[in-house]
Each structure stands twice: as structure tokens, then as C-alpha cells.
Write a protein that binds this ligand. Structure first.
Ligand SMILES: [Zn+2]
Length: 465
């Protein structure tokens, strides 16, 4: 259970919502877990602890067992996979080694996009699952269905990975977030229990300076956010030589790729180590750094990680997730690109696959003609009707091209709806931003083979500061 989850079920007035969050944060951890999590959470938490010491053979046996179990389940209960397996002459119950999976075809985003329910367990009514819409970084919207177990299991993994640097759900932390709604109102920040949450919706110099003061006063142990947000924040600290942060144990980044230049900047500005996490909405992979090194360690108990050839010199992460049996992604080409990978970590000794730098996107913001940064992440393109893929392109302030790959039934009316939705997202900044829609046949990948949602040609840091 997280801040966002609580917000959803506490649909009360702003004051009542804050009070509910406060009470939640004050509950002792054990009570909180017993109230909100199922037995799966406890079982997995214990298993994760134990598995940290497993050697390669023990882990390999476990992986074969899990893979066999998941794929047998898919064969029995998901007709789409049944057909794929049969076509490949693949029999999951006969798996002897992970090499046996080589004959299976990859699952692409496009395979799932048009009819996501086809990879859902046929016995489960969709309405009983948590539906999640994601536009994600790739600009290809997907609808996902999660069972309750997978959500609890996710929290067990998150706790375990963050526990490597001493973080607990009770730690005092500042969290940067897309936008914050309290009751029906958009607010700049909220504070409850050990958390200060800051909205990244619109950022001006004045707003950032105020945030720096608030963080100084709050004295967090950890700061969490997307690398792009943290970069804007820390560039501001550096540029204006604001007094240095002290006593922060780590800056935790997630969701986007953390670039090495960003890491250096964050370490310098916040005066602590950076710890990056990796996750997929599709629940096919999760990873994080370790106590002793900066590579992303993919947790083998969460999913099987393989690498497929893509553009020369790069590999694409292919994942098979073990934790969401309701809608398993099997041999899934995630669109995440890496240059190099290792079988284990020589620093901590874990038998986890480790990747160095992920080649992700750099800038997550658009900039309007008054030089206000507009955070585009809340703009889940799944909300746009009949759009197969989209991408924003910007090379001058206040002007943006939105490229759209339309579906067959896309109409003029959809264009009107998209413009209206964009207006809502831009909010008070709408007049300072001109977005032109263009219909295209396809959107090309970046030079590293990655599909990106925002092609930002301007150096935002150079411009803004
Ligand atoms: Zn390690």
C-alpha cells in the first residue's frame, strides 16, 4: 500500500484525507502489514531474505521450477500462449533447462496492445483484477491486469531491495510526485507522517527555491523521485549555490533510466549516494542496485531475464514475470535497452543478472514560452482515443509537435478530444504552449533502438538555468 493507493480509497475531503494518511503512517509496521497485506506478502518477504544467500545451483533449480510452473499454467489457462507453445512444439512440463525456452517466440508490446485480455487467465473475470493503463516511456499504451497477490508481492520486493540501503517504509522521506490532489484540489505539496510529497507538475525557479527550503527544514533520510525531476531539482541547488544538504542517506531514483551525468550531479548536490531502482509496469522484472555497487541487479525471483539482439552494440531486455499469474508476460521484449550485462555481482556476491547503464530517455519535460517546465509524465497516452503510439517533439520553447500513429477508426473527432485533453494537462500554462498534432505512419526508434515518448532536442538544463 502506498501513498497513491491510500489516496484512492480515502476519497474524502482534503482534511479527512490528510488525517487518514497520518493515521496510516503512524501505525506500527507489523500492524500495517497485517491490516493491508495478504499472506503472500509475508511468504515472499521471508523467501527474499533467505534467497539472498543462495548459490548458483540452488537458484537455478528454483528458476527452472518457477518457469515450468508458470509456463504450464499459461499452457492450461491462456489460449494465446497455448497456441504459441503448440506452434513451437514446446511442452512446458518437459523443461529441463532454461535453454529450452529458446524455441519460444518473443512477445512484443504490439502483440499485447490491441487485445491485452488475450494473455489473461481465461478463468478470471477481468473486473476482478486491478486494471492499470500505462502510456509509459515508450509511447505505446498498454492495458494491464494485476491480481491482488502480485501487488502484495511487489511490495515485498520493493522493501527487500530498498532494505539494502537501510530504507524502511517508516523512513523519513521526501517524495517527488507527478502532481498531488487533495480532495478535489491540486496542491503543491502535502505532508503526513514521515513523508513530505512535492508536486512536480509545473516548475519555476521560485517554486524550486521554496522546495529546497522545505526539504532542508524537513531533514529527510531519503529523497525519492524520477531522475529527470531530481536532476532539475539538484541543478537548481547547484546553480544557485543553495546551502548543501546534510544527513541524507541516499537519493532513490526509479522508473526512468538514470544517466551517469545525472548520478554525478545528484551525488554532488545531495551529498550522498544514489540508489536506482528498475521496474516494469508489466510486472515482468524488478531490480535495484546493491549495497556495494551501482549496477541494476535484476531480482531473479521476480522474473527470468534474457537479452535479445537489437541495434548493433545493444541488447534488449526480455523478461518473463513470475508474480502476476493473472496476466503473465512471457518472453516479453520490454523495449529497455542495455549495452552490457553480467551474470552476477562480484561486489555483493548475489547471483543476480546485473546491467550497467540502461540506455533510456533523457528529458521528461516540455518547456513553454515563459520557460516553465511542464512535466509530461501524468499524460498517460492511454487516455487518448484511438492512438496506437505517440511522440512529442520539441526544439523551441512554447512549440511542440505531437506525432500520432492513429488506429484504423481514428477520426477528426478524436483530434478534438486529444486537443481538449492536452489543454487540461497544460492547465494554467495552456496559453504559453502551442501543440500541433501530426498524423504519421510510424515513429522511429532512437539510435539505441529505444522507443521514446518525448524527443526533447533542447538542452533544458542549459536553457533553464
Ligand atoms: Zn551487488
Amino acid at each position: 500500500m502506498s501513498f497513491q493507493d491510500i489516496r484512492k480509497f480515502a476519497k474524502l475531503s482534503a482534511a479527512a484525507e490528510r488525517a487518514a494518511l497520518d493515521i496510516y503512517e503512524r501505525l506500527p509496521l507489523s500492524l500495517r502489514y497485517h491490516l493491508f497485506f495478504s499472506a503472500d506478502f509475508f511468504r515472499w518477504s521471508a523467501l527474499l531474505k533467505e534467497s539472498d544467500d543462495w548459490d548458483r545451483d540452488r537458484l537455478n533449480d528454483y528458476l527452472i521450477e518457477q518457469t515450468k510452473d508458470l509456463l504450464t499454467h499459461a499452457m492450461k489457462h491462456i489460449p494465446y500462449y497455448r497456441d504459441r507453445f503448440s506452434d513451437a512444439g514446446f511442452k512446458p512440463e518437459k523443461i529441463q533447462s532454461l535453454e529450452d525456452l529458446k524455441v519460444l517466440p518473443y512477445l512484443s508490446k504490439e502483440d499485447v496492445r490491441d487485445d491485452p485480455a488475450k494473455i489473461v487467465d481465461e478463468r478470471i473475470p477481468l473486473r476482478s483484477l486491478k486494471k492499470k493503463q500505462t502510456g509509459g516511456s515508450s509511447g505505446i499504451p498498454l492495458i494491464l491486469y494485476l491480481n491482488k497477490e502480485s501487488q502484495d508481492i511487489f511490495h515485498a520486493f520493493r522493501n527487500s531491495i530498498l532494505g539494502r540501503i537501510g530504507h524502511t517504509p517508516k523512513s523519513r522521506e521526501v517524495m517527488l510526485w507527478h502532481y498531488i490532489k487533495l480532495g478535489n484540489k491540486n496542491v503543491n505539496f502535502t505532508k503526513y507522517g514521515n513523508r513530505l510529497v512535492l508536486s512536480m507538475q509545473y516548475l519555476t525557479k521560485e517554486r524550486l527555491t521554496k522546495y529546497v527550503d522545505m526539504v532542508q527544514e524537513f531533514q529527510p533520510e531519503y529523497i525519492l523521485g524520477y531522475p529527470s525531476w531530481l536532476t532539475v531539482f539538484s541543478s537548481h541547488v547547484k546553480q544557485y549555490k543553495l546551502s548543501p544538504f546534510r544527513h541524507i542517506k541516499a537519493v532513490i531514483t526509479y522508473s526512468e533510466t538514470l544517466l551517469s551525468t545525472q548520478r554525478e550531479l545528484l551525488e554532488e548536490s545531495f551529498n550522498c549516494r544514489v540508489f536506482s531502482m528498475f521496474g516494469m509496469n508489466e510486472r515482468a522484472a524488478i531490480g535495484g542496485e546493491c549495497e556495494k555497487s551501482a549496477g541494476i541487479h535484476f531480482h531473479p525471483l521476480f522474473g527470468l531475464i534474457e537479452f535479445a539482439d537489437t541495434v548493433e552494440g545493444y541488447k534488449e531486455i526480455v523478461a518473463t514475470g513470475f508474480t502476476n499469474y493473472a496476466m503473465p508476460f512471457i518472453k516479453y521484449r520490454s523495449g529497455d535497452i542495455v549495452r552490457e550485462h553480467k551474470k552476477s555481482c562480484r561486489h555483493c556476491g548475489r547471483q543476480h543478472k546485473v546491467v550497467g547503464t540502461l540506455e533510456g530517455r533523457i528529458q521528461e519535460f516540455l518547456i513553454d514560452k515563459d520557460y516553465t517546465l511542464i512535466n509530461i509524465r501524468p499524460l498517460w497516452i492511454a487516455d487518448f482515443p484511438n492512438v496506437l503510439q505517440c511522440q512529442f517533439f520539441q526544439d523551441q520553447p512554447g512549440k511542440v509537435l505531437m506525432k500520432i500513429v492513429p488506429s484504423k477508426i481514428f477520426s477528426k473527432n478524436d483530434e478534438v478530444l486529444i486537443k481538449k485533453h492536452l489543454g487540461e494537462i497544460m492547465g494554467p500554462r495552456n496559453d504559453a504552449m502551442d501543440i500541433e498534432l501530426i498524423i504519421v505512419d510510424h515513429i522511429r526508434r532512437s539510435s539505441a533502438g529505444k522507443i521514446i515518448m518525448i524527443e526533447q532536442k533542447m538542452d533544458l538544463r542549459g536553457l533553464f538555468y
